[in-house]
Every structure is written in C-alpha cells, then in structure tokens.
Design a protein around this ligand. Structure first.
Ligand code: NAP
Length: 447
C-alpha cells in the first residue's frame, strides 16, 4: 500500500524531503506538498538575492522532483488557518513540517521599531516580490544606511543597496525596489559586526563579490583586523571560511580608494545600543566591544565606549526566527519544532526538516542531508507499523472544496511561471515577478 505524506512548506527543505520520499521503494510514497503561497521554492524564489541567478538554478532540480509520479502541489493553503494539523493527520499517514523560519530575530534595543528601522528579512522579501511585503515604505532617500549583523543576509542587503541600474537590470528584482535603489542618494552602506572579522558569519564567495561591484567599493580599517590571541587561534583552526574571509578583508583594507559613488564599510567589534530619532530613524548609537572567551566561545563584551552614527535607514540582519504552528509542539526559546533527528517530540506521525527542525543555518544544500535524515526515520517508522493507516476515503482536495478554499495546483504555478518568464523575456530578465496576491491567484487558477 502506498504511504500518503503531506509536506508543509515548499522551500528547499520541503523539496528535498519530497524527493527522498518519492524515491523510496519500501514503502512507496505519494507526496502532497502544501504551501501558504501560490508559488513554490520558498527562499529560493523569495530569499536568494536577485543577482544570484546561479543559486536560484537549484529550482530546476525541484522541478524534476515535481515531475515524479505521486507528487502534487497545493499552493495558497495555510496550515493553521485554511486547514489544521489535526485535519492533515486525519488525511495523511504522516505530516512533515518544512516551513522554515518565518520571521526575524529581535535586537532588543530601544528605538528598534522606529519608522526607518526594518528587519532585513522584510527588505529581502520586498525586493524579491513576496506578496505579503509589497507596498512597504522603504525610504531609500538618505546618504547612509546601517546594516546590523555580519551574516550572508546582511551581505546580500548591503550589496543589493549598492548595485547600479545596469547591474539590477538583468535581475528579477521587483521594479519598485530596483528603481528606488538606482535613484537613491545613498553613499555609505555601513555593516556592523558585534564580534571580530574572524567570527563573521558571512562566507568568502559572498565577501569576494563585494570587491567586484561596478558602483561601490569595500572599505575596511586595518585597525579592525588586529587580532587578539583567541581570534588568532580560531583563524588558524578555520582555514576555509575565516581564513579566506580574513585574506579578503586584508586585501580590501590595502586597496586605494577607487572613487566609486557608493562605499560599503565593514566595521567590527561594535553593537547597537539604541536606534535614535524623533519621528523616524536619525542615528544609531553603538558601543565598542571587546572579545572575551566564555564557556569556550568567543563572545562580545561592551566596553562602555559609545559613538553615534547618523543614518536614514537601519536594516537589522541578526538572523531569522521560526514561528509556532497551531497544534504543533514548539520550542519558543530555540524557535524550532522540538524533534529528535526529525521525529517531532510529543506528536504522533509528525516530522520536521530544514530550518524549523535545526534553526536558520547553513546553505540551501545543507537541507538535503537534513531532509534525508528525517525521511529515513519516517520510512523506518512506516516499516515498523508506527504510522497508523488512515481512512483513505478522505482527501485534501475534498476538504478544501468543502471549505470553499481555492488552491493552486502545480499546473497553476507553471502558468504563473510562464507569465513571469514571458514578461521578462523582452526586457532581458529571467522573469518579471507577479508580486500581488490577486495577480498570482488570477494567473495560478486559470479556470
Ligand atoms: P547568520 O549567518 O546566523 O548571521 C547572523 C549575524 O547576526 C551574525 O553575524 C551574528 O553575530 C549577528 N547577530 C546576532 N545577534 C546579534 C545582535 N544582538 N547584535 C548584533 N549582531 C547580532 O544569519 P543570516 O545572515 O540571517 O543567514 C541565515 C542563513 O542563511 C545562514 O546560514 C546564511 O549563510 C544563509 N544564507 C546564505 C546565503 C548565500 O549562500 N549566499 C545568502 C543568505 C543567507 P554572532 O556571530 O556574533 O552571533
């Protein structure tokens, strides 16, 4: 008998999970992938920077998964509102949550919610055409932007703000964002890392790109590259990321100014203590940190030496954060579904993979191994008879029809994809995204 599994979330973790399930032989599996959006691919469509078309190409592998027999897509279906976890358990033998991390981590400093202070996650969703983030008032009419955080999302945001009109033109950035970035008078994009250059979370290829932009140049102060003993030891131990980053930073610090219109300045060992302004963001107050070893980890400790940096926009890029799903266990502190290798603790026939399983870390490919681990446990449970066979007369499509809920099938996504690609073609762009809910649903539900 075929096992019926629902995979909730159609980003990389969802597609790697679906792929591993659909390839299984004992038992054979049919997979319904459910997403609250009418479009699949999650952060590959709506998170990966538009100028990283090569990274987005992973969606071709996901298309192959979608072409396998036993695969179905249900877009525009939100678990928690359209259908409940209990309803899914009544229809499917097992449910796998691959919903990612839906919101941002908070900084916890005064002024964080002033107009002009945004989570980087919202900025990313906006320029990528996420339908929940359109029409936001990202006012780029300022000379200095401060990006808080030293991860790849911070790097992406800083680079996007620095792209020229010609660099933006061949990408699928939404028009509103591309126009605002090209027209912005911004001259300085300042990235603030709370720890040192050795501890930066960004990766060498992303840092290298920073030195290759047409209209912006990287600026690093040599003094920021002086290392304490613990950081020197950490640098020696990490020949890959930290060492290559450090070499690049040295190269940037040694460069003569090229006079490009925008500068991306990297500063280290500073933390925001407050975001200042009357009606909206006017400045960020930062404190200088020193590094200390605590519990075997190098952490930042404030020195008390502060500085105020005027700016017009703040992007807080200190990590994503998982969100609880109604009826599904949740670890508030870690922002994940509590699980053991992907089996959800304290919930029957329920599994997790990707960021909602392990937290928001790693690159797209990391989710393949992660999903495989979960699927192996799920299949073992099925073989052990732990997944109670459910009443096969029930179906998701019947439940959705009874609720009057309009869903988008995979063919509907293919229709959206075709419309977007056709709109991009004459403009030399991979696609022009449909970014409004009504446009997406119109294109995705042709009948
Ligand atoms: P991340 O890699 O975890 O980086 C978060 C950054 O925020 C770290 O530098 C962290 O510093 C800093 N931070 C945390 N709390 C802070 C605070 N209170 N004050 C100041 N700084 C703080 O997260 P991310 O950039 O959101 O990226 C998420 C994942 O997606 C990562 O695995 C990333 O590599 C991946 N990603 C990859 C790409 C790509 O491959 N091109 C692009 C985008 C994202 P500490 O280290 O001191 O905690």
């Amino acid at each position: 008998m075929t096992l019926n599994v629902a995979v909730v979330g159609s980003g990389p973790a969802g597609f790697y999970t679906a792929d591993a399930l659909l390839k299984a032989e004992d038992p054979q599996v049919a997979v319904d992938v459910i997403d609250r959006l009418p479009t699949p691919w999650g952060l590959v469509r709506l998170g990966v920077a538009p100028d990283h078309e090569n990274i987005k190409a992973v969606s071709r592998a996901f298309e192959k998964t979608a072409a396998r027999s036993g695969f179905r897509f249900f877009g525009n279906v939100e678990v928690g509102s359209t259908v409940s976890h209990e309803e899914l358990l009544a229809i499917y033998d097992a449910v796998v949550y691959t919903v990612g991390a839906q919101t941002d981590r908070r900084l916890g400093v005064p002024g964080e919610d002033l107009p002009g202070s945004w989570p980087a996650t919202a900025f990313v969703a906006w320029y990528n055409g996420h339908p929940d983030f359109q029409g936001l008032d990202f006012d780029l009419d300022c000379e200095r932007v401060v990006v808080i955080g030293n991860g790849n999302v911070a790097i992406d945001c800083a680079r996007m703000l620095a792209l020229t009109e010609a660099e933006l033109a061949p990408t699928d950035t939404i028009d509103e964002a591309a126009d605002a970035i090209a027209a912005s008078p911004v001259r300085e994009i300042l990235m603030l890392g709370r720890r040192g250059p050795v501890q930066a979370a960004f990766t060498p290829p992303e840092l290298k790109e920073r030195g290759e932009l047409a209209g912006a140049e990287p600026v690093v102060a040599s003094a920021d590259l002086e290392l304490d003993a613990a950081s020197r030891a950490e640098l020696e131990a990490d020949r890959e990321r930290a060492h290559r980053n450090f070499d690049l930073l040295h190269e940037y610090a040694a460069r003569e100014p090229a006079g490009k219109p925008r500068k991306i300045i990297l500063r280290f060992l500073v933390s925001p203590v407050a975001i200042l302004g009357e009606e909206r963001v006017e400045a960020v107050e930062i404190v200088r940190n020193e590094l200390v070893v605590e519990g075997g980890r190098i952490v930042a400790r404030p020195t008390g030496e502060t500085e105020t940096i005027p700016c017009g926009l703040v992007l807080r890029s200190v990590g994503y954060q998982g969100v609880a799903l109604p009826g599904v266990p949740f670890d508030e502190r870690r922002g994940v579904i509590p699980n053991s290798g992907g089996r959800v603790d304290g919930a029957e026939r329920t599994y997790a993979a990707g960021w909602i399983k392990r937290g928001p870390s790693g690159v797209i490919g990391t989710n393949k191994k992660d999903a495989t681990e979960t699927v192996e446990l799920l299949l073992a449970d099925a073989r052990d008879g732990k997944l109670a066979r459910v009443d096969s007369t029930q179906s998701l499509e019947a439940l959705l029809a009874a609720k009057g809920a309009a869903y988008v099938e995979y063919a509907g996504w293919q229709a959206i994809d075709a419309v977007e690609r056709a709109a991009g073609e004459p403009r030399g762009r991979p696609r022009v995204k449909l970014a409004a809910w009504d446009e997406l649903l119109r294109a995705g539900r042709p009948n």
